[in-house]
Design a protein around this ligand. Structure first.
Ligand SMILES: Nc1nc2c(ncn2[C@@H]2O[C@H](COP(=O)(O)OP(=O)(O)O)[C@@H](O)[C@H]2O)c(=O)[nH]1
Ligand SMILES: [Mg+2]
Length: 312
């Protein structure tokens, strides 16, 4: 496939329009996107990737906005990917996140992009990971990925990050929010946002009670709980300080995390590539015939797979 060198070069030079275009290309999860990633990959791995997850309406976008202000204060540039379940798939058009309060438009050190959750052929986690690589290659110091903590896709996205922030808010059943979503285990920092509300401390206590049930070995990171008011910006500096503390404390362990993630990622890509190859190697209609045989119970699924593997 011919590679658009011009696009690659412009991404590496940090050209914003090229970055936007490149994200659209990788969102399509086709050969062009794979070629682009191949071209830029050696220039990635430098950005610090921050995953932010939590239920809808917990104030993630508002908080990320504040967070970006802190990053800029620290002389760091920031790329933001907001995975927005409410935005329809636009084929890559740039959507303004409706709740952004601060205008970063005039700031070349900030790039914000909304991505729809539907319409990604290769899966949301893959599209998001590749979009993060584009921002990384373009030279952004930090890449923030905001995602709604509901499904496996979102957990995958956050576990691909260097640090995971889980956002909770005061309200009914809040002590269970994180546990229900299965993100309790992946949180490096708990954020109790909307701390301007009365019962914010109830959430803090619920989280610390559940953390108290876990044992943290020597040198292990015990997730701190940070109260924020994203509307006023209160606590954003403390949140930033905790992220910095984690980054410095977890230096070598961060490498292990990337190794573990990369191993899983390669296996997933291998599985997908292998399925593509296997299906292509079968005579037309053969796969469907095997499915029919399994449904009819004349063939078991393990033997069906074995018969395909033999032929590849
Ligand atoms: N009272 C209060 N409202 C907040 C706070 N942070 C965000 N909000 C509001 O909560 C709503 C949802 O915020 P948003 O950032 O879109 O949440 P997201 O869906 O998690 O991205 C918006 O109306 C925000 O203005 C906060 O700290 N306190
Ligand atoms: Mg949001």
């Amino acid at each position: 496939l011919p590679i658009d060198r011009n696009l690659t070069d412009r991404v590496l030079a940090g050209d914003r329009r090229a970055v936007a275009r490149a994200i659209s290309v990788v969102e399509e999860a086709g050969a062009e996107g794979r070629a682009l990633i191949r071209e830029i990959f050696a220039k990635t791995g430098r950005a610090y990737v921050i995953g932010v997850t939590g239920a809808p309406g917990t104030g993630k976008s508002t908080l990320v906005d504040r967070f970006v202000v802190e990053a800029r204060r620290a002389q760091l540039t920031a790329g933001v990917l907001a995975i927005d379940p409410s935005s329809p798939f636009t084929g890559g058009a740039i959507l303004a996140d409706r709740v952004r309060m601060t205008s970063h438009d005039a700031d070349p050190g900030v790039f914000i992009r909304s991505m729809a959750t539907r319409g990604h052929l290769g899966g949301l986690a893959l599209a998001t990971g590749d979009a993060a690589l584009v921002l990384d290659a373009a030279g952004f110091d930090i890449v923030v990925i905001e995602t709604v903590g509901v499904g496996q896709d979102e957990v995958d996205i956050v576990s691909a990050s260097d640090i995971a922030l889980v956002v909770l808010v005061p309200g009914a059943g809040d002590d269970l929010q994180a546990i229900k979503a299965g993100v309790m285990e992946i949180a490096d920092i708990f954020v109790v946002n909307k701390a301007d509300r009365d019962n914010a401390d109830d959430v803090v206590h619920a989280v610390s009670a559940s953390l108290a049930l876990q044992t943290f070995g020597p040198g292990a990171w015990a997730p701190p709980i940070v109260k924020t008011n994203a509307l006023s910006g209160d606590g954003a500096d403390r949140l930033w300080a905790e992220v910095e503390r984690f980054r410095h404390r977890m230096g070598p362990a961060a490498g292990d995390r990337r190794v573990a993630w990369q191993a899983r990622h390669l296996r997933n890509l291998l599985a997908a590539a292998f399925v593509r190859r296997a299906e292509a190697a079968l005579p037309p209609g053969e796969f469907d015939r095997l499915v029919a045989d399994v449904v009819a119970r004349t063939l078991d699924p393990y033997s069906a797979v074995a018969s395909i593997v033999e032929r590849v």
